[in-house]
Write a protein that binds this ligand. Structure first.
Ligand SMILES: [Zn+2]
Length: 289
């Protein structure tokens, strides 16, 4: 599942090829139309396919940014609005001159939204599992969860925010892994990077937040930010379906010490898996206390 580094990679690639471009046409797949007719709201949230097409057609892309795991595209038609996209489990954007140019068949078969730009290129959104989301918003406030997100992990205020939140009554007695994966505590740290950061810090994922000293919490926060940056530099992690807009995989998965491992990469002990916040959490029972 794409986390912050993968989304950042996509944004950095979409930005130079799309800013200033106008969308001349919009296609929405029949699968999405049928899903909406049956009330399932796949991908297009709170907007009908026809309205989505109408709203975006003719609009100009002014900015492409990332906030946590969301892609924010600032659009302008008569007035400015936001196209906010979450990649979900397997969403991927491809920048191609025709849909046939999408590198792998599994992605080609699941293209659900196509934005045709005025230079003739396409921004095609493929989503194998259809957990991705697109919203057309006048402002962020139209989708309140966006307002509850923690500061960006690289922002100056993020550490203080993390210390406050993780010490609050809501989180202090929860397992640290659940706390750092909560987007209102730290932005953009999902299962993969939470697993890796706790392994590097030798902290057991079930340890209560309140049982970690302030000093260790600061180090943990710094480890998370460092791993996220390392992964951005490595082009993100490709576990199964993440690809960048040219169809390439990331390489951060080759540097994992714990995520997806059967034995600890430091001491060789068999790893264990516990469920925390309904996600499988891998850890080393010998290294992580
Ligand atoms: Zn170990």
């Amino acid at each position: 599942m794409p986390e912050l580094p993968e989304v950042e990679g996509v944004v950095r690639q979409i930005r130079p090829v799309s800013i200033g471009k106008r969308i001349v046409s919009v296609d929405v797949s029949d699968t999405i139309r049928k899903s909406k007719q049956s009330g399932k709201e796949a991908i297009l949230k709170r907007i009908e396919a026809d309205d989505f097409q109408e709203r975006l057609t003719g609009s100009q892309i002014l900015a492409v940014e990332r906030r946590s795991k969301y892609i924010y595209m600032t659009m302008k038609n008569e007035q400015e609005f936001l196209l906010v996209n979450h990649l979900g489990m397997s969403g991927a954007w491809f920048f191609v001159d025709s849909l046939l140019a999408i590198p792998e068949d599994k992605f080609r078969r699941h293209v659900h939204v196509v934005l045709t730009l005025d230079d003739g290129n396409l921004l095609a959104f493929s989503d194998i599992r259809r957990f991705g989301e697109m919203r057309v918003l006048e402002t962020e406030a139209d989708f309140p969860p966006l307002l509850l997100m923690a500061p960006e992990p690289f922002a100056d205020e993020a550490l203080e925010w993390f210390l406050q939140q993780s010490g609050s009554p809501k989180f202090r007695n929860k397992p640290i892994k659940e706390v750092i994966m909560d987007g209102t505590v730290i932005s953009g740290c999902g299962n993969i990077y939470a697993t890796e950061a706790l392994f590097r810090m030798k902290i057991h994922p079930k340890r209560a937040a309140s049982r970690i000293s302030r000093k260790r919490k600061i180090e943990l926060f710094q480890a998370i930010a460092a791993i996220l940056l390392e992964s951005i530099d490595a082009g993100g992690s490709t576990i199964s379906d993440y690809r960048n807009i040219n169809g390439e995989s990331g390489s951060m998965q080759n540097r994992f010490g714990m995520y997806g491992k059967k034995v600890c990469t430091i001491c060789g002990t068999e790893t264990k898996t516990v469920k925390i916040a309904s996600r499988a959490s891998v850890y080393c029972p010998s290294c992580q206390k």
